[in-house]
Design a protein. Structure first.
Length: 247
């Protein structure tokens, strides 16, 4: 595993912990991968990370709860940083742990990923964790995967928004700055990872109308400013880019 990594553990909402690992050797400015562990009666981990970060991730997750208590392993879409470490996690969590993914990923990919029990979430599905609960929001192609989706933890109104608002470089664990929109557009100019389709602005507006209080961002700083306004601004920016790309 590469050295020179900086990992932080922060509680970004009541009972929701962000494990944030900054890797300065990725790209010209470095890159952050975040996992989110919901401490609940039935704990859930969202984003499982790549295999090379597994030992690092378990060290910090173990500060929040015993790994053997984790009940659900969840991710937005099938990609190395989302579920690369799934086999390793299944060796340390509860024996009856379930893998949680959207129904598209479950129908098309689950059998190739794992033999463990899979909970397939359709859009709007509510998963009870005891004193916490998460609702699945299917977001196909937002930002890229057909199988993409997000989780809203309803007791704290925290939207785990996956790759939306991805940022480059080292950021604080949490920000309330409206600059998060410009940071996301800057990252898109470098990475070109977004599927800029007519459904993108509309999906971002749907997320805005969920009125989250916190955005748990997978890459970069999470956000506790005006989430609705930030999502509206990002939607408008991508709509402008889409219109400018039309012949």
């Amino acid at each position: 595993m590469p050295t020179m990594m900086n990992t932080n553990l922060d509680e970004i909402a009541d009972g929701i912990f962000q494990i944030s690992t900054f890797m300065p050797y990725v790209g010209e400015r470095g890159f952050t991968i975040n996992q989110f562990l919901i401490r609940a009666d039935e704990p859930l981990l969202f984003h499982l990370g790549p295999r090379r970060l597994f030992e690092n991730m378990t060290e910090f997750a173990g500060r929040v709860t015993k790994l053997s208590r984790i009940r659900f392993l969840a991710f937005s879409h099938v990609e190395a940083d989302e579920c690369g470490a799934l086999p390793q996690w299944l060796k340390v969590v509860r024996r009856d742990a379930e893998v949680v993914m959207g129904d598209v990923a479950a129908n098309w990919t689950a059998s190739e990923l794992t033999d463990a029990p899979v909970t397939a979430l359709r859009n709007g599905y509510l998963l009870e964790l005891g004193d916490k609960r998460v609702r699945w929001k299917a977001t196909p192609h937002v930002l890229h995967g057909w199988d993409a989706g997000m989780l809203l933890e309803e007791t704290t109104n925290t939207l785990m928004c996956a790759d939306v608002f991805t940022q480059l470089g080292e950021r604080p664990p949490m920000t309330d700055s409206a600059d998060i929109v410009e940071w996301a557009l800057e990252a898109e100019d470098v990475m070109h990872s977004t599927a800029i389709t007519p459904s993108l602005p509309a999906t971002l507006l749907e997320l805005a109308e969920m009125r989250p209080d916190t955005l748990a961002v997978m890459h970069g700083a999470s956000f506790n400013g005006d989430c609705r306004d930030a999502l509206h601004a990002l939607s408008e920016a991508y709509l402008h880019r889409l219109e400018n790309s039309m012949p």
